[in-house]
Design a protein around this ligand. Structure first.
Ligand code: C5P
Length: 403
C-alpha cells in the first residue's frame, strides 16, 4: 500500500485537506498527517486523526513523538510528501531550507518526492518572492499542482486558490505510479495558446485559442513521466503541474523559445500561431487624426514553427505532431497539411463556431498518421490529451524497439 505524508499548513483552504484525505483513503492510499501551527488554526488534529485513522504529528520537540517516530523516520515511511495547502510561508521555508518546526524539518530531511499544492492570496502568489521560491523548488524537482484561478476568501479574484482535491489526488496518483510513467527520461516540447502580434504598444492581433487543449496535453505528458517544456502564448490558465513553462507573446518569440528548448524527443504544436504579423509595429500608440483615413495595416508572414521543427535536420524531434483547426473539408486539408509541413501526425479538429470546440471544454478530433485516419469520439479536452499522450508513449516505445 502506498503511503502519503500529508503536511497541512496554514490558510483558509486547509479545510479542503480533509476531503483530500478522504479521497486518498478511498483510493487505498494510506495517509499520515503533519499539521503546522498555522494549519491547526483551520483544521483540528482530531478531524485529521479520524480521517487518516493514524496519529497526527505536529510538535518537533515532543519526546513521545520522537520516541514513537522521529522526523527522519516520518519521511522515510512515506512514498511521497504532499504539502496541501502550501502557504507562502511554507514555500519560502522550503526554498530557503529553514527547519524550525516539524513540517519544515521533515521536508528538509526527506529523500522522497515532494508535491506542493499552493494556496494563498493572489498578490502573495504573484509576488516575485513567492514566484522565485517556486522556481527554486521546481528546479529542485518539487512538483506542484495549482494554484487555480478563481474568487478568493479575501474577496479578490485571481490565481491562488488551492487546486480541487480531485486534481491533487490525480497528481498524487501520477507520482505514486512509476510503472505508469512510460515517458520517463523523455523530453517533450508542447506549444499552446494564441500569439499576440503587436500593432502598437497597446493594440495587437490575436485569435480565440484558449490554450486549454495544449495545456491539457502538457499535463498528460508530464503525468506519464515526460520532462515537458510548454511554450505558451498569453492564456488565462494555471501552469500544469511539474511542467516547465516558457511564456511568450509573439510567433517569433514562440519560435525562439521552441528552438532554445531543443533537443526534444517529441514536439506537439498545439498553439494557434498567428499566420501574419504587422510589418512595422509602431513604437508609439497610433493616433486617430480627425479627417484622416484609418491606418492601413500591412502584414507579413510569421515563421511556421511546426514546419521549422519538422525540418530541423539532426535536431528534429523524432515525433513531430501538428494540429489542424479547419472549418471546411477538414480531413482533406489536414492530410495536405501533414505532407506540406513535414510532420508525422496531425490532430485535426473542426472549429466551425457551431461545434463549440474553440474555447470550449470538449473536443472531437481525427488523428492522421502515415498509417491512416482515426476518428476519436467527442471527449473532454483532458481525455483527448490523455489519449494522445498514451499514443505518443506507445510510438516512442515502438521507435525504441526499432532502433
Ligand atoms: O497552417 P496552420 O496554421 O493551419 O497549421 C496548424 C498547425 O501548425 C498547428 O499545429 C500550429 O501549432 C502550427 N503552426 C505553427 N506555426 C505557425 C502556424 C501554425 O507552428 N506559424
Amino acid at each position: 500500500m502506498s503511503r502519503v505524508l500529508l503536511i497541512v499548513s496554514g490558510g483558509i483552504a486547509a479545510f479542503k485537506s480533509l476531503e483530500l484525505v478522504r479521497l486518498l483513503r478511498r483510493d487505498g492510499i494510506a495517509v499520515t498527517a503533519v499539521l503546522t501551527e498555522g494549519g491547526a488554526q483551520f483544521v483540528t488534529p482530531l478531524s485529521l486523526q479520524a480521517l487518516t485513522e493514524d496519529k497526527v504529528y505536529s510538535a518537533l520537540w515532543s519526546l513521545t513523538d520522537e520516541s514513537e517516530m522521529g522526523h527522519i523516520q516520518l519521511s522515510r515511511a512515506a512514498d511521497l510528501l504532499v504539502v496541501a495547502p502550501a502557504s507562502a510561508n511554507m514555500l519560502a521555508k522550503m526554498a530557503a531550507g529553514v527547519a524550525d518546526d516539524l513540517a519544515s524539518t521533515v521536508l528538509l530531511a526527506t529523500d522522497k518526492p515532494v508535491l506542493v499544492a499552493p494556496a494563498m492570496n493572489v498578490r502573495m502568489w504573484t509576488h516575485p518572492a513567492t514566484q522565485a521560491n517556486m522556481a527554486t523548488l521546481r528546479a529542485r524537482g518539487v512538483q506542484a499542482v495549482g494554484p487555480e484561478e478563481g474568487a478568493m476568501a479575501c474577496n479578490e479574484y485571481g490565481f491562488g486558490r488551492l487546486a480541487e482535491p480531485p486534481a491533487i489526488l490525480a497528481a498524487i496518483q501520477a507520482l505514486l505510479r512509476p510503472a505508469a510513467r512510460p515517458l520517463a527520461g523523455r523530453h517533450v516540447l508542447v506549444t499552446s495558446g494564441p500569439t499576440h502580434e503587436p500593432i502598437d504598444p497597446v493594440r495587437y492581433l490575436a485569435n480565440r485559442s484558449s490554450g486549454r487543449q495544449g495545456h491539457a496535453i502538457a499535463a498528460a505528458l508530464s503525468g506519464l513521466g515526460a520532462r515537458v517544456t510548454l511554450v505558451s502564448g498569453p492564456v488565462a490558465l494555471a501552469d500544469p503541474p511539474g511542467v516547465t513553462v516558457r511564456r511568450v507573446e509573439t510567433a517569433e518569440q514562440m519560435l525562439a523559445a521552441c528552438i532554445a528548448a531543443l533537443p526534444t524527443d517529441v514536439a506537439v504544436c498545439a498553439a494557434a500561431v498567428a499566420d501574419w504579423r504587422v510589418a512595422a509595429a509602431s513604437d508609439a500608440k497610433l493616433k486617430k487624426v480627425p479627417g484622416a483615413p484609418p491606418p492601413a495595416l500591412a502584414l507579413v508572414p510569421n515563421p511556421d514553427i511546426l514546419a521549422t521543427l519538422a525540418t530541423a535536420g539532426p535536431a528534429r524531434p523524432r515525433l513531430v505532431i501538428g494540429f489542424a483547426a479547419e472549418t471546411d473539408d477538414m480531413l482533406q486539408h489536414a492530410q495536405a497539411k501533414r505532407a506540406r509541413k513535414g510532420c508525422d501526425w496531425i490532430v485535426a479538429n473542426d472549429v466551425r463556431p457551431e461545434t463549440g470546440i474553440m474555447g470550449g471544454a470538449l473536443n472531437e478530433v481525427h488523428l492522421l498518421t502515415a498509417e491512416g485516419i482515426e476518428a476519436w469520439p467527442r471527449l473532454p479536452k483532458s481525455d483527448v490529451a490523455a489519449r494522445l499522450a498514451l499514443r505518443i508513449a506507445e510510438a516512442m516505445g515502438a521507435m525504441e524497439a526499432l532502433s
